[in-house]
Design a protein around this ligand. Structure first.
Ligand code: PDD
Length: 279
C-alpha cells in the first residue's frame, strides 16, 4: 500500500488521514466505493468505473458528480507507473452533527482514495476451491455499497472451509461471488447471470463478455441453476483485483477435469493481450 492517500482535497501520509467518528460511513456504512485497476500507471476502463460509481451514488442519493478527468487528476499522484496497482475510492455521506438515521440536511461527502499493489493471486495457475452458500445480502446488490457485512461473513465462511470464494445462490439460482462475478461453461457455452439488482455489474465481467463476443466464443447472460453450476465443465470467478480465477472444486467436488479448463486458458490469454494493447 502506498503511504500517501487522498482525503477531502489533501494528499497526506496514511497515518495522518483521519475522519470524524460521526462520519456516516463509520456509524452506518452509509457510502459507496470503487476498485479501479491501474496497469503500469494506466487506469483500466476508467469511464466504466466512474459511470458505475455515479449509478451507486445516485442509488443511495449522494449528490456528488465529477467527470472521469476530474477523478483521474485526483488519482494520478497516487499511481506508480512501474507496477500494477488498484485505486480504492470511497465516498460516504459525510459527518453530521449527531447520529440520526435520516439524511442530514447539510452535509459534505467524505472522499477518500488510496492505492495498493495488485499481486498475482496464488490460485491463478492451479485454480481455487469454492463453496456455495445462500445469498443472504440485501436487494440492491447492483449498488457498490461499503456496507459489506453479509459479503464478509460469506467470504469468511468459505475461508474457514479452506475455500477462496463463496458462490452465492438465491432461490436456487447463482447470483455472484462474495466479491466477484461468476461464469460457467456448459456444453461449450460461456454463461454468466443476467445484470439485475441481485448482482454487481462487474467491469471485468463486461470485458470478458466483449472479448468472448469479439472472438466468436459462444457466450450469453442467462440464469444458472445450482444444479447447472454443479454440472458445469468450467467455473470462473472474476474481479478487478483477481481478474479471472478458475474454480477447480466446488463444495468438495471436482469441476470438469479438476484443473483449469481450456476456455479459461483461452479467455485469460485474450484478457492479458487486451491489457497489453492498452499499455
Ligand atoms: N469487488 N461482485 C461483487 C460483490 C464484488 O465485490 C466485485 C468486486 C465484483 C466484480 O466487479 P469488478 O469486476 O468491477 O471488480 C462483483 C472488489 C474488487 C472489492 O470489493 O474489492
Amino acid at each position: 500500500m502506498s503511504d500517501t492517500v487522498y482525503l477531502n482535497g489533501d494528499y497526506l501520509p496514511l497515518a495522518d488521514a483521519k475522519v470524524s467518528v460521526l462520519d456516516r460511513g463509520f456509524l452506518f456504512g452509509d457510502g459507496v466505493y470503487e476498485v479501479i485497476p491501474a496497469y503500469a500507471g494506466r487506469l483500466f476502463r476508467l469511464n466504466d468505473h466512474i459511470s458505475r460509481l455515479n449509478n451507486s451514488l445516485r442509488g443511495i442519493r449522494i449528490e456528488l458528480e465529477k467527470s472521469a478527468e476530474d477523478w483521474e487528476a485526483i488519482f494520478r499522484p497516487l499511481l506508480d507507473g512501474s507496477k500494477d496497482q488498484y485505486i480504492y475510492l470511497q465516498i460516504t455521506r459525510g459527518a453530521a452533527a449527531k447520529r440520526d438515521h435520516g439524511f442530514p440536511e447539510q452535509v459534505v461527502p467524505t472522499v477518500f482514495v488510496m492505492s495498493a499493489d495488485i499481486k498475482p493471486f496464488p490460485g491463478r495457475d492451479t485454480g481455487i476451491k469454492a463453496l456455495t452458500l445462500e445469498d443472504t445480502r440485501w436487494q440492491l446488490c447492483n449498488v457498490k455499497a461499503i456496507t459489506l457485512l453479509a459479503n464478509l461473513l460469506l467470504r469468511q465462511e468459505a475461508l474457514d472451509q479452506d475455500c477462496a470464494e463463496a458462490i452465492l445462490v438465491r432461490n436456487g439460482y447463482v447470483t455472484e461471488g462474495a466479491a466477484s462475478n461468476v461464469f460457467v461453461v456448459i456444453d461449450g457455452d460461456l454463461i454468466t447471470p443476467p445484470r439485475n439488482n441481485e448482482i454487481l455489474p462487474g467491469i471485468t465481467r463486461d470485458v470478458i463478455l466483449e472479448l468472448a463476443e469479439a472472438n466468436q466464443i459462444p457466450c450469453r447472460e442467462d440464469v444458472i441453476a445450482l444444479e447447472a453450476l454443479q454440472n458445469a465443465s468450467e467455473i470462473w470467478v472474476t474481479s478487478s483485483t483477481r481478474e479471472i480465477l478458475p474454480v477447480v472444486e466446488v463444495d468438495g467436488n471436482a469441476v470438469g477435469s479438476g484443473k483449469p479448463g481450456p476456455l479459461f486458458r483461452n479467455v485469460d490469454q485474450l484478457l492479458q493481450a487486451y491489457k497489453q494493447s492498452l499499455a
